[in-house]
Design a binder for this molecule. Structure first.
Ligand code: AMP
Length: 976
C-alpha cells in the first residue's frame, strides 16, 4: 500500500489466495451485469458512469470522479441493495485506478489519494444515509501519473475488504470521494462456503461459515450407509475462508462390511456351524443363526459374534477432589462393575453453583481440563482457571461402548462439590513509560489478566540498573504513577505487582526506563512555572478539600458529607496529588514551536517504523499503522499520522501542535504519544494503535451488542481521561464519540488535540455568526454564543457523548439543522433518553446539559458517580421512563431542583434494595411516600401499614436505623 507520498519502504498487502476447497458465491459482480447497474450518485455532478464495452462487447460499468481542484468535495455513490443469502461475512473486491496527486498540474492543492467505503445493513430496500458505517479508507497500491497515461499503462489496483458480522437480509455499499481522481472499474461482492464433503466415511453438508474471521463452525457429519461412528460422531470445522479444517473422529464400516473405494460393502460370509451362545445371551430358537442379549445387556455391531453381551459400567468410585487456589484435581477409582467391557471412559460435567440457590450454570469455555473433558481413559483430571471463592459441582460419569443403549443413566455418575480458594492475582504483563523528566518517570500498566478478586493496590519496586541490592517499593491504587526522586540520565528497573485480599501476585517482568539527561532552558522555565502553578494549585486544592470536609460535600454532586474512606482515596488515588500537580503548558508560550515539540515529544528515527496499511484520513495526510521497533524495546503496533508533501511552514506547525499537547499527557484514557519524526520527510506523529478505531463507528458497527455495564465502563474511561485533562487545565473543545478511540480491550481514550483541529479538521464543525467553526451539536450554549470554552463546556459535550454511547452511535438531534439545534437548546429542550438507557445515566446527561454552567457536575464527580453505578449494578436496572423516549422529539429540561430530587432514592427502590419490595404499595398507601418520612417510622407504624411478619419487621427496622445514622452523619437526603 502507498501511504500518501511516503518514502519509507512499504510492505505490500498480499491477498490471501483462495483455497481450492472453498466455493465462492458472487452476490454482486458489476462486470457481469448486462443492463443498467442502477447505482445512484449524489451529488449528480460527482461520480459519473462511463459506458464502455470490452472486447466481447459486454458492458463495463466504470464510475469515475476527478474533482481534485475544487474545495470541500463529498461525492457519494450508492450501490443497489445486495442480498446476503444468509452469509454472515462477505468480501468486497474493488478494482480501480487512482491518480497520483503529485502528477497534477499546480501541485497537490486539495487533491486526495484515498476514498472511503461504507455499508449499511437493512432487511428491506429502504435506505437511510445517516446509518452508513465506514468499512475502510481505500488507497492505491499504485497511483498513476500523467507519464503513465502517456505510456498507456493502466495501473489497476485490486483491494479486498471483508465485512461482518452481518445479520440482516441485505446491505448497501457506498463509496465516498473527498477530492481524489478515481475510476472504479469493478466491484465484486462474494462470500465463501464450505462445500459438501465426504471424509472418513462421513458426509458433511454444504455449510456457510460463521460471522467472525477467526470463527470455526463445528459441523457433525453423518456416517454413510453401513458405517457407524468410532467412539464419537465425526466432526469438521468450516472456516471463514470456506475451508474444512480440524477433522475430529471418524466413521468405520459396521461389522460384516468392509471399506472399498470410500463405501462400506458387505463381506462374503462362511456358513456358520452351531455353537454355544456367549455369556448373557440366548438363542431364541434351536438352530438360530444369532444369539440375543438378556435384559439390560447389550452388544454393539463392532463386538465380535462370540463376545459376551455387556452392560454399562457402574459409577466411578472413591472420587476425591484436591483444590489448589483456582484449580481442582479430581481423582477416582474404576467402577466396581465395568459391564464386562474394556472400553470404559470417563466424562466430566462442570457446573458453577449460583449464589442464593439460583441453581447451576455450566462452566464456560474458559475453564481448562487437562488432558481433556470427555473420553478420559485415565482416572484423574486437572480442572484449571476456575473462579476464586466459588462453589462448583462436578459430575463424573463412566461410560462404555453400550452406555448409549442403556435406559437408566442415574446409576453411572457421581457428583463432587468443590469450593475454590482465593488466588493471588496473575502478574501485570506490561509496564509502560509515560512523561519522563530529569528526576521522574511516569509509569502506567494494565490490570492483570486474571485479577481473581478486587485489586486493592499495586506495588512498584524499582532500583537503579545493576544496583539491585537496594531497591525501593512504593504503592499506588491506580494503574499509573509518577516515580520521583530519581537520578538524571540513569537507567532504572521497574517491576509491578497487584494485591487482592488473597495477597500479592507475582511481580511483572523487569522493565528498563531511563530518566532524561538534562533540562533545556525553556523546560527549566516550564518546570519553574509548573512548580509555581503546583504550589498555587496545592494551596487552592487544600482549601477546597478543607472546604469539602467542613461543608460535608461528598464525591457525588449532591450535598451529602464525604465518607472518611473516600477522603483518603482522594488523597491517594492520584487525581489530587501532593506534591507535584502538573499543568498543561500551552505550546503557544514557546517562541519556537519546534522547541515545544521536542520538549514534550521524543524524536524517533524513521528506520524504526514500518508502515503496513492506511487506516484513516486526517486533515494533514493519511493515518497509517504498522510496527514500531525501538532498540532494546518490545515491538509495538502504532498509528502513524503523516503530513502530506507540499505543506507550508504554518501547516507543519499546526500538524505538530497536536504532538506538543499530547506529549504532555500520561493517562490510561488519553491516547499516548510515542514520538514524532521531524528530522526526515514525511513528518510523522506516532501514537499507540487503537484496534477498534473511533468510538462512533465502532458503536454503530456493534449496535446492541454490549451490556449496560460495558457501556458504563466505556463512559467511565472517557470521564476519567477528561478528569485528567481538566485537572491539567486543558480544555478539549471537541469532545465527541468520533474523537474517542477504542482499543481491543474496549478501553476508550480521548484523542484529537489542538485548537486548529477543531477549527479545520472536524467535518461537524460549522461557522457561527461570530466567526470560527464549532461542532454545534456537541457544544455548550455559552461556547457557541460567546466562545466561553471551559471544562464545564467539555462536561456538556461529555453529556452528548454519553447519549451517543447509550444510543450506539446515533447522531445527536438526528437530521435537525444546526440552527434548529441551537434554537431548541436555547428554549430549554434537550435530547430524550436513548432506548433502554438506565434512568441514572439519563439524569447524569441532563445534569451535564444544565444551562448554567456552574450547575453542571465536574468530571471528578462524574467519575465518582459512574464508579458507584458500576459497583451497584442494580441501580442501572430502572430504565428511562418511556415518555422520555418519544423517538426524535426533544424533552423539556427539568429544573435543577427537580433533577436533584430525582436522584434521591425512592421508597420503592429502598424496599427493593432490602428485598422487601412487596410492601411498596402498603407504604405509599399508608402515607410514607419519601424516605425522610420512613425514617420517622416505629415498629408500631410498620404493623399499622401491614408489615406483620416479625422477620420482615426486623429487617425493615434495622435498615431504617441505618438510614437514620446515615442522615445524622451526612445531613443529606439518601442517595442512590
Ligand atoms: P484523526 O486525524 O486523528 O481524526 O484520525 C483520522 C482517523 O484515523 C480516525 O477517525 C481513526 O479512524 C484513525 N486513527 C487515528 N488515530 C488512530 C489510532 N491511534 N489508532 C487507530 N486508528 C486511528
Amino acid at each position: 500500500a502507498k501511504c500518501g507520498l511516503l518514502v519509507v519502504p512499504l510492505i505490500k498487502r498480499k491477498l490471501k489466495e483462495e483455497k481450492a476447497f472453498s466455493v465462492i458465491v458472487n452476490l454482486l459482480d458489476s462486470r457481469s451485469v448486462m443492463g443498467d447497474l442502477g447505482w445512484v450518485a449524489y451529488p449528480k455532478n460527482g461520480w459519473e458512469e462511463i459506458g464502455e464495452v470490452d472486447e466481447d462487447y459486454a458492458p463495463i460499468h466504470t464510475y469515475q470522479v476527478c474533482r481534485v481542484m475544487e474545495q470541500n468535495q463529498n461525492n457519494w455513490l450508492h450501490t443497489n441493495w445486495i442480498l446476503t443469502e444468509g452469509a454472515q461475512r462477505v468480501y468486497i473486491e474493488l478494482k480501480f485506478t487512482l491518480r497520483d496527486c503529485n502528477s497534477l498540474p499546480g501541485g497537490v492543492g486539495t487533491c486526495k489519494e484515498t476514498f472511503n467505503m461504507y455499508y449499511y445493513e437493512t432487511d428491506d430496500r429502504a435506505m437511510k444515509e445517516s446509518r452508513y458505517i465506514k468499512v475502510d479508507t481505500i488507497a492505491a497500491d499504485e497511483s498513476f501519473t500523467e507519464l503513465d497515461l502517456g505510456d498507456r499503462v493502466m495501473k489497476l489496483n485490486t483491494e479486498v475488504r471483508d465485512l461482518g458480522p452481518l445479520s440482516r437480509k441485505g446491505f448497501y455499499l457506498a463509496f465516498q470521494d473527498l477530492g481524489a481522481c478515481i475510476a472504479l472499474v469493478s466491484v465484486r461482492v462474494f462470500y465463501k462456503r464450505c462445500p459438501f464433503l465426504v471424509k472418513s466415511l462421513a458426509e458433511f453438508p454444504d455449510t456457510i461459515p460463521g460471522s467472525e474471521a477467526s470463527q470455526l463452525v463445528e459441523v457433525v457429519g453423518h456416517c454413510i450407509n453401513n458405517s457407524m461412528p468410532l467412539y464419537e460422531p465425526p466432526r469438521m470445522h468450516c472456516s471463514a475462508d470456506g475451508e474444512w479444517l480440524v477433522p475430529i473422529g471418524k466413521c468405520v464400516c459396521k461389522p460384516g462390511f468392509e471399506e472399498m473405494s470410500g463405501y462400506c460393502q458387505g463381506k462374503k460370509r462362511k456358513s456358520p456351524s452351531c455353537s454355544k451362545c456367549p455369556p448373557h445371551s440366548v438363542a431364541r430358537q434351536t438352530g438360530a443363526t444369532s444369539c440375543s442379549c438378556e435384559d439390560e445387556y447389550h452388544k454393539i455391531d463392532s463386538d465380535p459374534p462370540n463376545m459376551a453381551c455387556t452392560r454399562p459400567p457402574s459409577a466411578p468410585r472413591n472420587a476425591i477432589s484436591n483444590v489448589n487456589e483456582t484449580s481442582v484435581f479430581l481423582e477416582w477409582s474404576i467402577p466396581m462393575e465395568t459391564g464386562g467391557r474394556k472400553d470404559v471412559r470417563y466424562n466430566i460435567l462442570c457446573s458453577r453453583v449460583l449464589p442464593d440457590g439460583r441453581g447451576l450454570e455450566e462452566c464456560g469455555p474458559n475453564v481448562r481440563f487437562l488432558p481433556r473433558r470427555v473420553g478420559l481413559s485415565n482416572t484423574s483430571v486437572m480442572v484449571a482457571d476456575l473462579q476464586s471463592h466459588t462453589n462448583y459441582s462436578f459430575l463424573l460419569e463412566a461410560v462404555n461402548g453400550v452406555s448409549e443403549m442403556a435406559k437408566d443413566y442415574t446409576k453411572q455418575y457421581v457428583t463432587l462439590n468443590v469450593t475454590t480458594n482465593q488466588a493471588a492475582p496473575s502478574p501485570v504483563s506490561v509496564v509502560r513509560k509515560g512523561y519522563t523528566g530529569k528526576s521522574s518517570i511516569g509509569l502506567s500498566w494494565a490490570e492483570p489478566d486474571r485479577p481473581n478478586g478486587i485489586i486493592l493496590e499495586y506495588e512498584i519496586k524499582y532500583f537503579e540498573k545493576e544496583q539491585d541490592s537496594s531497591y525501593t517499593i512504593i504503592k499506588s491504587k491506580e494503574t499509573e504513577m509518577v516515580v520521583e526522586g530519581l537520578k538524571a540520565s540513569s537507567v532504572y528497573i521497574f517491576q509491578v505487582r497487584a494485591r487482592t485480599s488473597a495477597g500479592y501476585g507475582a511481580f511483572s517482568r523487569r522493565f528498563e526506563f531511563q530518566t532524561s539527561p538534562y533540562l533545556t532552558a525553556t523546560s527549566e522555565r516550564a518546570q519553574a512555572s509548573i512548580i509555581a502553578v503546583a504550589i498555587t494549585l496545592a494551596l487552592v486544592l487544600l482549601a477546597v478539600v478543607a472546604g469539602f470536609l467542613l461543608s460535608g460535600r461528598r464525591c457525588g454532586y449532591s450535598k451529602a458529607k464525604q465518607d472518611p474512606e473516600e477522603e483518603k482515596m482522594h488523597f491517594h488515588n492520584g487525581h489530587i496529588k501532593f506534591p507535584g500537580v502538573r499543568t498543561y503548558i500551552d505550546p503557544l508560550t514557546y517562541e519556537d514551536p519546534n522547541q515545544a515539540v521536542h520538549e514534550f515529544a521524543q524524536e524517533i528515527d524513521v528506520s524504526f517504523i514500518s508502515i503496513e496499511r492506511i487506516i484513516g484520513a486526517g486533515e494533514f495526510g493519511e493515518v497509517c499503522c504498522g510496527p514500531l521497533r525501538l532498540p532494546g524495546k518490545r515491538e509495538i503496533q502504532v498509528a502513524i499520522k503523516t503530513l502530506k508533501a507540499g505543506y507550508t511552514e504554518q501547516q507543519r506547525r499546526d500538524f505538530l501542535w497536536e504532538a506538543s499537547i499530547m506529549g504532555q499527557f500520561n493517562h490510561p484514557n488519553i491516547i499516548r504519544l510515542e514520538g514524532v519524526v521531524t528530522k526526515s520527510k514525511p513528518v510523522m506523529i506516532i501514537t499507540e494503535y487503537m484496534e477498534n478505531g473511533s468510538l462512533d463507528t465502532f458503536l454503530k458497527k456493534n449496535d446492541g451488542q454490549f451490556t449496560v455495564i460495558q457501556l458504563v465502563g466505556m463512559l467511565r474511561g472517557i470521564a476519567s481521561g477528561m478528569r485528567y485533562l481538566s485537572d491539567m487545565g486543558y480544555v478539549h473543545r471537541d469532545l465527541a464519540a468520533r474523537n474517542i478511540l477504542v482499543n481491543s480491550n474496549l478501553v476508550c481514550k480521548v484523542s484529537d488535540f489542538g485548537l486548529s483541529r477543531v477549527l479545520e479538521d472536524d467535518a461537524e464543525a460549522a461557522y457561527t455568526t461570530r466567526g470560527g467553526k464549532i461542532p454545534i451539536r456537541w457544544t455548550a450554549p455559552e461556547a457557541i454564543a460567546y466562545r466561553k470554552f471551559t471544562s464545564a463546556s467539555d462536561v456538556w459535550s461529555y453529556g452528548i457523548v454519553m447519549w451517543e454511547v447509550m444510543s450506539y452511535g446515533e447522531r445527536p438531534y438526528w437530521e435537525m439543522s444546526n440552527q434548529d439545534v441551537i434554537k431548541a437548546v436555547e428554549e430549554n429542550y434537550r435530547l430524550p433518553g436513548p432506548m433502554d438507557c438506565p434512568e441514572a445515566l439519563y439524569h447524569l446527561m441532563m445534569d451535564c446539559w444544565q444551562r448554567e454552567r456552574t450547575n453542571r457536575p465536574k468530571f471528578d464527580e462524574i467519575v465518582c458517580l459512574l464508579d458507584k453505578l458500576i459497583r451497584n449494578p442494580s441501580s442501572l436496572k430502572k430504565l428511562v421512563n418511556s415518555s422520555h423516549r418519544v423517538s426524535n422529539l426533544l424533552v423539556e429540561h427539568a429544573s435543577a431542583e427537580g433533577d436533584c430530587s430525582a436522584r434521591t432514592k425512592s421508597v420503592g427502590e429502598w424496599l427493593d434494595s432490602i428485598k422487601m419490595g412487596r410492601y411498596t404499595e402498603l407504604f405509599v398507601e399508608g402515607g410514607y411516600s419519601s424516605l425522610e418520612m420512613v425514617t420517622q417510622m416505629t415498629s408500631e407504624d410498620l404493623r399499622r401499614v401491614g408489615v406483620n411478619l416479625a422477620g420482615h419487621q426486623k429487617k425493615i427496622i434495622t435498615s431504617i436505623q441505618e438510614m437514620r445514622v446515615h442522615m445524622n452523619n451526612t445531613n443529606s437526603p439518601i442517595n442512590i
